[in-house]
Design a protein around this ligand. Structure first.
Ligand SMILES: [Zn+2]
Ligand SMILES: [Zn+2]
Length: 371
């Protein structure tokens, strides 16, 4: 298992510090700010983040060393172990590593969140949409009902009673700011703060609207259509700017943040972009081979079981898995073949099996175990 080590260009015995330095070097090289619009660089950048997520964690690294990628994805096929589809996720996970090396400002804007300065606005509304694997495969548009703060109809969002107008704030004279001048050894220090009377709005309401109590917003039920691209996974999210709660007294709205969550499928489990299904077949089918009709996320297909298949072997249906988010690449459906050992045996079966036993012989063959 050296893939992650190769990505970062370190040896398998590298120390935690060496790994950190190596990751920083690779991440800086392929950083999107330095390679705008370069898809290959972006892929390398994500790859490095994935490698670092594993190798920087002693526990995950040990499991990776022993079991490979399966070891860090929760013992096999669970998804969501370490996989970055979203650049923001990388910055929020590892943004501080750049800071550690004195590059905080270069990346700070991304990892520190949006719109640090500026106007007061409404709060973000967060919702979670649960999706089936079928929906994830095709992509889907969902109409979501939600309650959010929207401008009050009675006062058109101003907060002032119909017929009246907000008036200029007497404290700040409409600027929304108060200045305090302090004298110090270095000269005057001007301290600017939001006005306490109008809370920075520059206007005050003497006759508040009865419907909204002067806030200018009321909670309303509404619905929003959300177009979900194919290939999302639990933990991915989408931001619709300006679709969150409206702020008080005409302040702009916050964002609507939509988190995705995968519903458990009755038949399939997901492993990244692949889906896995088990099929139990009988011993004669395993020996002689057969063709099965197999369920996929998009209908049934024929699957040829080759003669002589062993229990545990995995067959691949190419392109029948999930598409990779924002890529024109499809995962596969893996079919794990399990040969059934019958536990209820009829007299006829017993007779036939005895005949088979005579044919095959009963001497076991001992071999060295190779994991
Ligand atoms: Zn109102
Ligand atoms: Zn004021």
């Amino acid at each position: 298992m050296s893939e992650y080590y190769d990505i970062l260009g370190v040896s398998k015995t590298a120390s935690a510090d060496e790994i950190k330095k190596a990751y920083r070097k690779v991440a800086m090289k392929y950083h999107p700010d330095r390679n705008p619009g370069d898809a290959r660089a972006e892929a390398k950048f994500k790859e490095a983040a994935e490698a670092y997520a594993v190798l920087s964690d002693a526990d995950k690294r040990a499991r990776y060393d022993q079991f490979g990628k399966a070891g860090v994805n929760g013992g096999g096929f669970q998804q969501g172990g370490v996989h970055f589809t979203n650049m923001e996720d990388i910055f929020s996970s590892f943004g501080d590593i750049f800071g550690d090396f004195g590059f905080g400002d270069l990346f700070g804007g991304r990892s520190g969140g949006r719109r640090r300065s500026g106007q007061r606005r409404g709060t973000d509304q967060k919702i979670t949409i649960r999706l089936t694997l079928e929906e994830i495969q095709k992509g889907v548009t969902k109409t979501i009902k939600l309650k959010r703060l929207e401008p009050c109809d009675a006062c058109h969002g101003s907060g002032a009673k119909a017929g009246s107008q907000p008036t200029i704030c007497p404290t700040c004279h409409g600027t929304g700011e108060v200045r305090q001048v302090q004298r110090s050894l270095l000269g005057q220090i001007v301290n600017i703060q939001p006005c306490y009377q109008c809370r920075g709005l520059g206007k005050v309401i003497s006759d508040p609207c009865r419907t909204c109590g002067g806030e200018g917003v009321v909670r309303k039920s509404g619905s929003v259509d959300i177009e979900i691209p194919p290939g999302v996974s639990t933990g991915n999210y989408m931001t619709k700017q300006g679709q969150g709660n409206h702020g008080p007294k005409g302040a702009p709205p916050g964002d609507l943040i939509i988190y995705f969550e995968e519903k458990e499928h009755p038949l399939f489990i997901r492993d990244g972009n692949d889906v896995i299904l088990q099929v139990d077949i009988q011993y004669p089918q395993a020996v002689l081979g057969t063709t099965l009709e197999v369920q996929t996320l998009s209908g049934k297909v024929k699957l040829k079981i080759p003669p002589g298949i062993r229990s545990g072997q995995v067959l691949r249906l190419r392109g029948k898995g999930l598409p990779e988010l924002n890529r024109h690449r499809e995962g596969d459906q893996l079919v794990k073949v399990q040969v059934v050992t019958p536990t209820k045996v009829s007299a006829t079966m017993k007779k036939l099996l005895r005949q088979l036993e005579d044919e095959l012989g009963t001497t076991p063959e001992f071999k060295k175990f190779r994991p």
